[in-house]
Design a protein around this ligand. Structure first.
Ligand code: DAK
Length: 262
C-alpha cells in the first residue's frame, strides 16, 4: 500500500459528492499529479449513476487552490508547458461537462489555475477569507487553463481584463458584488451551507436538472434564437420522462414527488 496521501479525495453520500483537492502543504496548488488524479476522479464521477451534485473544495482552512504549481512550471520547456496546459484544459472541460450541477466551495485562496477551475463549475460560493485572482502576469505568464475565456463570460470582458492585466486579488465580498461568487459565508460554515444547497438540488427531478444544465451550457455558446430552440426541444423531451409525469401527478395529488431518475 502506498504511504502517499491521495491528492484528490472523493466522498459520495445521498447523491452529493464532495471532491477535495488534498495538497494543503502547497495550498492545494495544481501540479501534474493532482491534475491526473482529478482527471481520474472526474471520469469515475461521470460514470456514477448515483451522482446528483458535485461540490469541489480544497483541503485545510486557508486555500481552495492557490493556482498551478509554480515550482513545477518553473522547469518547463514550451513543449512541457503545452502538455501541461492541454492536461489542465482537458480536466476543466471534463469537470464542466459533468451532466450534474457542480459547485465550487471556495475556502480561501482561489488564484490562477484555482480560479480557472472554480470558473469551470456552475456555481461558486465563497468563504469570508476567500481571495480570487488571476495573478499570472506577476510571473510573466497569462492564464493557461481557460481563464481569459471563462472569466470574461462570467463577469464581463472589461472586469476580467482588469483582473488579468493587474493581477489584483478580489476579496470575497467584492467577488460577490461582481458576480463571481454567489454568496459569502463564514469559513467554518461554508461547506455545510453548500451541502444544504446541494441536498436541495439533489431532491429535485434529476432528469430535469440535467436537461436544464445542458440547455444553459449549450445556449451560452449559441445565438439566443438557437438557445431558445434548444430549450423547446429539451422541455418537450422531458414529457417522455417518468419523473416529469410523477412530479406533475404528485402536485395534483398534493404529495411529495418520488423521483426515480428516469
Ligand atoms: N505553486 C506552488 N507552490 C505554492 C503555490 C503555487 N501556486 N502557492 C503556494 N505554494 C506553496 C508555497 O511555496 C509554500 O510552500 P513552502 O515554502 O511551505 O514549501 C506553501 O504553499 C505556503 O505558501 P506561502 O508560505 O506562500 O503562504 P502565504 O500565506 O504567505 O501566501 C499566497 C499565500 C497564496 C498569497 C502565496 O503562496 C502565493 O502568492 N502563491 C502563488 C499564487 C499564484 O501566483 N498563483 C497563480 C499561479 S500561476 C499555463 C498553464 C497554467 C497556468 C499558466 C499558464 N500554460 C502552460 C500556458 C496557470 C498559472 C497559475 O496558476
Amino acid at each position: 500500500m502506498s504511504d502517499v496521501a491521495p491528492s484528490v479525495i472523493v466522498e459520495l453520500e445521498h447523491g452529493v459528492a464532495v471532491l477535495t483537492v488534498n495538497r494543503p502543504a502547497a495550498l492545494n496548488a495544481l501540479n501534474s499529479t493532482v491534475l491526473l488524479e482529478l482527471e481520474q476522479a472526474i471520469a469515475a464521477l461521470a460514470a456514477d449513476p448515483a451522482l446528483r451534485v458535485l461540490i469541489v473544495t480544497g483541503a485545510g482552512s486557508k486555500s481552495f487552490i492557490a493556482g498551478a504549481d509554480i515550482v513545477e512550471m518553473s522547469g518547463y520547456t514550451p513543449q512541457a508547458a503545452r502538455r501541461f496546459a492541454t492536461l489542465g484544459h482537458r480536466v476543466l472541460a471534463a469537470l464542466e461537462a459533468l451532466p450534474v450541477p457542480v459547485i465550487a466551495a471556495v475556502n480561501g485562496f482561489c488564484l490562477g489555475g484555482g480560479c480557472e477551475l472554480a470558473l469551470a463549475c456552475d456555481l461558486i460560493y465563497a468563504a469570508d477569507n476567500a481571495r480570487f485572482g488571476q495573478p499570472e502576469v506577476n510571473l510573466g505568464l497569462m492564464p493557461g487553463f481557460g481563464g481569459t475565456q471563462r472569466l470574461a463570460r462570467r463577469i464581463g470582458a472589461a472586469r476580467a481584463a482588469e483582473l488579468i492585466y493587474t493581477a489584483r486579488q478580489v476579496k470575497a465580498e467584492e467577488a460577490r458584488t461582481i458576480g463571481l461568487a454567489l454568496e459569502v459565508y463564514p469559513n467554518a460554515e461554508l461547506l455545510q451551507k453548500v451541502r444544504e444547497l446541494a441536498a436541495g438540488i439533489a431532491s429535485k427531478g434529476p432528469v430535469a436538472v440535467r436537461a436544464a444544465k445542458l440547455a444553459i451550457a449549450r445556449g451560452l455558446d449559441a445565438p439566443l434564437s438557437v438557445g431558445n430552440a434548444l430549450e423547446v426541444e429539451a422541455f418537450a423531451n422531458l414529457f417522455d420522462s417518468a419523473d416529469a409525469r410523477e412530479g406533475m401527478i404528485a402536485f395534483v395529488e398534493k404529495r411529495t414527488a418520488q423521483f426515480r431518475n428516469a
